[in-house]
Ligand binder design. Sequence first.
Ligand SMILES: [Fe+2]
Ligand SMILES: [Fe+2]
Length: 136
Amino acid sequence: MEETKKDILNQGLADELNAAAEYIGFAAKFGDLALKERFLQYAADELNHAIKILRLMSDAKVEPEKIDITPTDGELIEELVQYIANEEAAVFYYDVLQKLHQDGEVTSLCQEIKNEEDRHLRNIRQIFLQAKERKG
Ligand SMILES: [Fe+2]
Ligand SMILES: [Fe+2]
């Protein structure tokens, strides 16, 4: 059980840090001023999630492992498709994490992050549709 908790939290931390790095990469490479600002806001959200996971790790006395950050390097539309899948996975992750905890504080923290991931998911879908339309 302890191993499971360690793996789950480390996976969550890796996903959040990779998500933040990806969104920073998006902001660097793609979009006009408004879109870059949105990507940077998502990156900031993901960094906030990473900080919250660190807090859960500290509470659970779980040591963070070394994480490799590997941003992908493709066209905006391909990367957005990948990101829709990643945001779906994030919603699912926090749903599972929430169900694994009985602690009320952790449950509401998971709910809060899950809502943000859900908002990311809807926004990235919308950005994808707009990008596809522009491409024709
Ligand atoms: Fe996140
Ligand atoms: Fe997200």
